[in-house]
Design a protein around this ligand. Structure first.
Ligand SMILES: Nc1ncnc2c1ncn2[C@@H]1O[C@H](COP(=O)(O)OP(=O)(O)O)[C@@H](O)[C@H]1O
Ligand SMILES: [Mg+2]
Length: 391
């Protein structure tokens, strides 16, 4: 009969002790690119809805022993999002066994995208976006200035062409005075503030004079302004369009190489009806609508914080759904937006930490993501054919 074990020994788990002491090291799955791609598929870009493991944004993937390194190339400017994204990617990689060093580089590379057929491209501008409205006074210029500044804040190279001959307000909103100079006698240098290049019909002609221009004269002047400006390598050029869907707006939307259009509106029914016309105009000339921005959607009382939907709620959203276009976002009616824009320092630069500035940045990023989803323009990649004569 085996001797009963002493009390203390009964409490020891000998089997577990021996198996641990003499066990062979467990087989660990080897770190491979396939495993890494699998975990990167679990990290989804909230802006595009795509994951980082299966898309083309992942570059230079290297797995050496336990060390991992890769680059991620975003198709839109996303400087403010990069630190959080980098952390999420590193955390995902670290869930794999045996990981040593993890090095992740994130950058943005904005490509040129296709425009209407048969329209001559601008060599130094990758994407031109029309900011249009069905009618005047819906804050189109304020939106253009803030969106341009938001794209620049997110790391893009941005310009504004103020083509609103009825009310060129970009010089005032962007805090610019003076006249563009010409270094080569052929092209004009854009003026620049807050890192954004600006050219405006208002720099060159008296507002009263331009107002009485007839359609062909205005469109010719505006096209010249576009093509004879020495734009310095722009990712995006935003055009503050003449309001409405009249002659000038229509001709411009046919002749300017546009990647897309943003339509600005206010929530009154009457303005929303005009949106319909704007959407129809761009669709007719083959320019994709990137989305609708609703302005002065709610009034926020600066004293008590109470918000009021003065013109009704969700009009922009309904309009967007009806036409099958996206709603890019909506802005409140606030004194600060007006005061800052009208004093030459729009909200995105005047108060970058405000909720309104964040909304402008969200709208700008959504629009940039929509641009990135359009078909690319490959004309720059085609070799130029040179005809040479044998001697
Ligand atoms: N969300 C807003 N809240 C308050 N005022 C605004 C807002 N957006 C624009 N404004 C002001 O409304 C006026 C008209 O805007 P503007 O952008 O010039 O319109 P548009 O270019 O469509 O004619 C400007 O004085 C501007 O500062
Ligand atoms: Mg305007």
């Amino acid at each position: 009969m085996p001797l009963p074990l002493p009390f203390w020994a009964q409490r020891l788990d000998f089997r577990a002790f021996f198996s641990r002491a003499f066990a062979r090291p467990q087989h660990m799955p080897q770190l491979t690119e396939t495993l890494l791609l699998e975990v990167l598929q679990t990290v989804v870009d909230p802006n595009t809805g795509r994951d980082f493991g299966s898309g083309k944004q992942l570059k230079n993937l290297k797995v050496e022993g336990g060390d991992i390194s890769f680059d991620v190339e975003l198709g839109y400017p996303g400087k403010s999002q990069m630190p959080a994204l980098r952390e999420a990617l590193i955390a995902a990689a670290r869930t794999l066994p045996g990981v040593g060093q993890v090095s992740v580089n994130i950058s943005s590379k904005i490509a040129a995208h296709a425009v209407q057929r048969g329209v001559q491209l601008l060599p130094s501008v990758k994407n031109i976006i029309a900011v249009a409205s069905g009618k005047g006074g819906v804050c189109k210029s304020t939106t253009t200035a803030n969106l341009a500044l938001a794209l620049a804040a997110e790391g893009a190279s941005v310009g504004i062409l103020d083509a609103d001959i009825y009310g060129p307000s970009q010089p005032m909103m962007m805090g610019l005075i003076g006249q563009p100079e010409s270094a080569d006698g052929k092209t004009m240098e854009p003026l620049e503030n807050y890192g954004v290049q600006v050219i405006s019909i208002g720099f060159l002609v008296d507002a009263d004079q331009a107002m009485i221009w007839r359609g062909p004269m205005a469109t010719q002047a505006l096209e010249q302004l576009l093509r004879q400006t020495h734009w310095r390598a722009l990712d995006y050029l935003l055009i503050d369009m003449p309001p409405g869907t009249g002659d000038i707006a229509l001709t411009l939307s046919q002749r300017v190489p546009l990647t897309g259009a943003i339509i600005v509106t206010t929530p009154q029914d009457i303005a929303l009806l005009d949106v319909q016309r704007g959407v129809a105009m761009f669709k007719k000339v083959g320019v994709p609508i990137l989305g609708i921005v609703e302005n002065m959607a709610v009034y926020c009382c600066p004293n008590c914080g109470h918000t009021e939907h003065i013109f009704g709620e969700g009009g922009g959203q309904r309009m967007a759904e009806k036409h099958g276009v996206d709603s890019l976002g909506s802005l409140p009616l606030t004194l600060a937006i007006r005061e800052q824009a009208d004093s030459g320092c729009p909200t995105v630069v005047a108060d970058p930490d405000s909720a309104v500035a964040a909304t402008y940045r969200d709208i700008a990023r959504r629009a940039a993501v929509k641009v990135a989803q359009q078909a690319k323009d490959f004309s720059a990649k085609f070799p130029t054919i040179q005809v040479s004569k044998d001697t």
